[in-house]
Design a protein around this ligand. Structure first.
Ligand code: DP6
Length: 314
């Protein structure tokens, strides 16, 4: 039996990044990561059972070809839930964030789809289990099952049953994220193949798991003590270290555009002038600024188009 269902999941921004898989089928990471969920920015997914023999996938109001890469990914993900039953769905996903511009829309999309399947099939699974399932759609989706700060524990098991998101029991009122859109277009190399290339060809990658482990414990300390400078520095250095390993891959993997670099330099200049602002970047050209509410107005003078989010409310 199946019913219609509709669910929302937030996008998330990693402060310590997931980059590299030890199992590419199950999306098991080489390192643990830590993110913050983006409150109202994310994906709404609606599931409607249909009569056909194939799922219908709609993204932002447009039906995708059944053979399109994203449709296939969605259908294969639903297969995990379908097993031998002949249940097909019309899947409607709406993102209120730019798709595939490194703003983790696949994370919120697979998290919302997981929640909707849990409802549509009346599975009533615990959130840890849902996080494991979402991870199989896209690794970072396992963090979008939760709000606030979330750690993805890498786990040790080969079956991945200990590799899922866990929400941290810490709030940080006044903590802000700003989205600097450099280019909303589709990215050239998706995370999956980008990671694989980095793991296989970048000698620099050997130091990444150590860097990530050290950054993770610094972030835990920063969050527990509400030490914004420690959090900002750790997140920015973590992102730049990840990008350094990408750039050192072969063929080289550079997600930055000239405007990305210009925005980074602007952040560094503002910091030199005493404004506590930091950035992080994912597998795309856009920057995500980290700052505190009291500096929002000053920052908006320098980044007028900034879309700002307060993950812990106003
Ligand atoms: C740079 O979760 O999109 O955003 O598991 O292959 O779907 P797949 O990759 P994905 O990778 C996200 C990479 C990142 C860092 C992060 O969000 O931790």
């Amino acid at each position: 039996a199946s019913a219609s269902a509709e669910q929302f999941a937030p996008s998330n921004i990693a402060l310590c990044k997931y980059w590299g898989k030890r199992d590419t089928e199950l999306n098991l990471p080489i390192n643990a990561s830590l993110s913050v969920s983006l409150d109202y920015l994310g994906s709404h997914t609606r599931l409607i059972p249909i009569e056909g023999q194939v799922d219908e996938v709609w993204l932002n109001g447009q039906q995708l070809q059944p053979g399109a890469k994203f449709s296939r990914k969605v259908s294969e993900f639903i297969d995990l839930f379908r097993r031998d039953q002949l249940l097909y769905f019309r899947v409607e996903t709406r993102n209120n964030i730019p798709t595939a511009a490194g703003l983790a829309s696949s994370a919120s999309g697979f998290a919302a789809l997981t929640l909707a399947l849990n409802d549509a099939l009346a599975l009533d699974l615990p959130s840890e289990h849902l996080s494991i399932l979402a991870r199989m759609g896209s690794g970072s989706a396992c963090r979008s099952l939760f709000t606030g700060f979330v750690e993805w524990e890498m786990g040790q098991r080969e079956d991945g049953l200990d590799s899922h998101g866990i929400p941290l029991d810490h709030h940080w009122p006044g903590f802000c994220i700003g989205l600097v859109e450099i280019d909303a277009g589709e990215k050239a190399t998706d995370s999956r193949s980008g990671m694989q290339r980095t793991v296989e060809t970048a000698h620099l990658y050997q130091s990444w798991p150590l860097q990530a482990a050290a950054d993770l414990s610094r972030l835990h300390q920063a969050i527990a003590e509400r030490d914004f400078a420690l959090l900002g520095q750790t997140a920015e250095q973590n992102a730049l270290s990840m990008h350094a390993t990408m750039i050192a891959s072969w063929p080289p993997l550079l997600y930055w555009q000239p405007d990305s670099v210009a925005a980074m330099q602007k952040v560094w200049r503002l910091r030199e002038q005493g404004l506590p602002v930091y950035f992080t970047m994912d597998a795309g050209p856009n920057l995500k600024l980290l700052f505190q509410r009291e500096d929002r107005d000053t920052l908006l003078q320098h980044f007028p188009d900034l879309e700002t989010v307060e993950p812990f409310g106003h």
